[in-house]
Design a binder for this molecule. Sequence first.
Ligand code: FNR
Length: 333
Amino acid sequence: MSLYENSVILAPMVRIGTLPSRLLSLRYGADLVYTEEMIDFKMLKTRRVVNEMLNTVDFVMDDGTVAFRTCDAEKDRVIFQIGTCHAKRALKVAKMVEKDVAGIDINMGCPKTFSISGGMGAALLKQPDLVKEILTELTSNLSIPVTCKVRCLSTVEETVQFCKMAESTGIHALAIHGRTRDERPRHKCKHSYIQDVARELQIPVIANGGSSDIKKFSDIEKFRLACGASSVMVARAAEWNLSVFRKEGPLDKLELIEEYIKLAVDYDNHWTNTKYCIQQTLGSEVQTEQGTQLLASKSPEDIYTVYGMMDYYNSVHERHQLYLAKQQEVEER
Ligand code: FNR
C-alpha cells in the first residue's frame, strides 16, 4: 500500500513542523509527518552533517544554524517540503535529502507575500507549465515518492484540471487544501472541491483544511469521509494539540508539553522554537500564570524551570557534556 493511502498526516507548518513536533506526532499515531516548508535557496546554502552526539542528520548553514534536523526514528515517515519555483533547483535540494527522508513535497499553496512574490507557493497555481516541469524533473530523477500540496482554484473544473495535470507527471499523491489562495481559515473549507478531485484522480488524494472542526481523532475520519479522500492532513488542530493524533483521545496540554520538552531537550531544539511551539499549544491559556512566565522566558533554562523540567534537562545536558569532553580527548591524542 502506498504511504499516502489511508493515512493521517501532520501537515507542513513553518516553525511548528520541526523535529520534536514531528516525533511527538508519530508517537501519538500520525502515519506521516511533513516538515515545515524549506526554501530551496536556503537549503542550497547548507551542508549535511552527521551529528553523532544527538544521533541526527543535520543540514547546517555556514553560521552553524541548523536549517533541517532529522533522525532515524522518522526516516521512513518524514516528507520534506520544498518551497521553489525552479525545477533544477528543486531537484538539487531533493537530491541533498533523498537518502534521509521518505518523500518530497512541493508547496503550491502558500499565499504569503514572500512566497507569491518569489513565484513560489500559491503563485504556482497560475503556472501549470512550470509545475509540470518541476514535478516531472523530480519524479524522473528521484528514488523516493514525490507529492504536491495545492489549494482550490476559482472553479471546481479548473481545480480538477490542474490536479489532473499534476497527476500526469507521475506524482504519488496530491494534497489539497479546500480553500482558494485568497481565502483564510474563517472561510468554509470546500469539501465538494476535494470530493471532485478525489473522484477524478487515480492517485491518493489527501484532504486538508478541516481543522476548524477537528478536536479529536474521530473528527479526522469524519473530515476524510466528508471529502471522499484517501487520507487527511492536519495543520492547526495539531498546532493546538499534537495529541489530536491519539486514537484514545487528546491529552491534557500540560502532559503534552512535558513530553514535547523532553524531545526538544533530547534533540537540542533551538529554545526560541521550543518556546514558540509551546505558546501555540497554549493558545488562549497563555494568559495563565505559567503562560505569562513562559512568555517572559529568555533562555532554555527559563522555559524548563516554568514546566519543572530542569532535572531532565540537567541529566541530558550532562550526558552531552561528557560526550563532548570524550570527543575532545580523542582529538587531542
Ligand atoms: C501553515 N500552512 C503551511 N502550508 C504549507 O504547505 N507549508 C507550510 O510551511 C505551511 N506553514 C504553516 C504554518 C502554520 C502555523 C499554519 C497554521 C499553516 C498551511 C497548512 O499546512 C494547512 O494547509 C492549513 O492550515 C489548512 O489546514 P488545517 O489548519 O485546517 O488543518
